[in-house]
Design a protein around this ligand. Structure first.
Ligand SMILES: Cc1ncc(COP(=O)(O)O)c(C=O)c1O
Length: 400
């Protein structure tokens, strides 16, 4: 076994970082495939459709025209202006171009927002289960994550009542994710209003990660940008990875008041200089096209959600809520773990992978505690594959 030489020893900050559980399980699924297992994967959080062809054509054209150099760290001016116009219309507000940063995926926006708003010792309320980068980045920034346990009985929503219970004199910021990864929950209007009321009363910032904003199947998505006072409290984050199926092109969006965006520009210069220009031309084309084409995608995802939910609930000792957003379900498998005698949900996930050939992520990958006894299923597969995969799990359970 190799040990790290003293010249390359890790910093304290590097020790705070943890690999995202989803990626660890994707590696395991790859290993299972190598062993000859035909794996059906519900692991990955990546759309299986393609962006409209005009978007891809615009990217190719941008490259052919030579838009491959450095540009402003905050992104193309035309794109910032278009994002401002697009979001203003979508959420009935008045975002200005100087209040928009184009970032390298939503993830870099999350990283910069948390690092900008957190001072050493500050507490940041983060959902548990939740997107692993939140916890990790809060620690990295010298802050402390205050975990808010999302409960099945609240349909996994981060309700204002529950947030109140997490507040201390050190609370600085509330990290909200709606629609939510990994549970699929969507905040109601009164939740969004209630959270903003708390922010106003306690003088807190809200970082709102709305990357799944277009994947809502019942009701609608309430954005923090639709609150009239967003400018004094809210950092909105989204991007092109999910709706536009551009995960690998790394174009994210941050909206916040001008002074915050200016600082983001400085941070961005020091981290990555600028988001890649050709892909921003693709993003610009995407917003010009608008979302009409996406209705069909949403309908398809709703069918998948229903198929996955029905099949999950046919598996003995598994209970899945029909969650209204994202492309994830978060079934409760506590009884199954106990019945089959596994130590925890990680062991169950491994057994299902290697014995039934189905990849599901243990809830504890998001990031540790609140997901115990749950699994995340990502329904980015055609309906027949979803049914086949979950039938396999059912038969495996029945024959155990
Ligand atoms: C809640 C949430 N935020 C942010 C991201 C990252 O988005 P991007 O790929 O644009 O960095 C993801 C991706 O899975 C996510 O689930």
């Amino acid at each position: 076994m190799s040990t790290i030489p003293p010249t390359l020893v890790h910093s304290r900050l590097a020790e705070q970082l943890e690999a995202e559980g989803a990626f660890v399980y994707l590696d395991l699924a790859a290993e299972a495939r190598k062993r000859g297992i035909d794996v059906i994967s519900f692991g990955i959080g990546q759309p299986d459709f393609k962006p409209p062809s005009e978007v891809l054509a615009a990217i190719k054209e941008a490259i052919d025209e030579g838009h491959i150099g450095y540009i402003s760290s905050l992104g193309l001016l035309e794109l910032r202006a278009k994002v401002a116009e697009y979001l203003s219309e979508k959420y009935d507000t008045d975002v200005k171009p100087e209040e928009v940063a184009i970032t390298v995926g939503a993830k870099s926006a999350i990283f910069m927002a948390i690092n900008l708003l957190t001072r050493p010792g500050d507490e940041v309320v983060v959902p548990d289960p939740g997107f692993p980068a939140y916890e990790c980045t809060v620690r990295f920034a010298g802050g402390r994550p205050a975990f808010l346990r999302l409960r099945e009985e609240d349909e996994f929503r981060m309700t204002p009542e529950r947030v109140e219970k997490c507040l201390t004199k050190n609370t600085r910021c509330i990290l909200v994710n709606t629609p939510q990864n990994p549970t699929g929950s969507v905040l109601k209007k009164e939740d969004v209003e209630g959270l903003l009321e708390i922010a106003k009363r306690e003088k807190l910032a809200i970082i709102s990660d709305e990357i799944y904003e277009d994947f809502v199947y019942e009701g609608r998505h309430y954005s923090f940008l639709s609150m009239p006072e967003w400018r004094d409290y809210v950092v909105y984050i989204s991007g092109f990875s999910k709706t536009w199926a551009m995960t690998g092109l790394r174009i994210g969006i941050m909206v916040a008041r001008k002074e915050v965006i200016e600082k983001v520009g400085v941070m961005a210069i020091n981290i990555y200089s600028c988001p890649p220009a050709p892909f921003q031309y693709g993003a610009l084309k995407a917003l010009e096209i608008g979302l009409d084409w996406f209705k069909e995608i949403r309908e398809e995802f709703k069918k998948r959600r229903d198929a996955a939910c029905d099949e999950l609930n046919r598996i003995p000792s598994v209970k899945a809520l029909r969650m209204p957003g994202t492309f994830y379900l978060f079934p409760n498998v506590k009884e199954l773990v106990a019945k089959l005698g596994y130590k925890d949900v990680r062991e169950l996930a491994k057994a299902i992978l290697f014995e039934a050939g189905v990849a599901l992520l243990p809830g504890t990958a998001f990031p540790l505690r609140g997901g115990d006894g749950f699994m995340r299923l990502s329904y980015v597969l055609p309906v027949d594959k979803i049914r086949e995969g979950l039938r396999r799990v059912r038969e495996w359970v029945e024959n155990k």
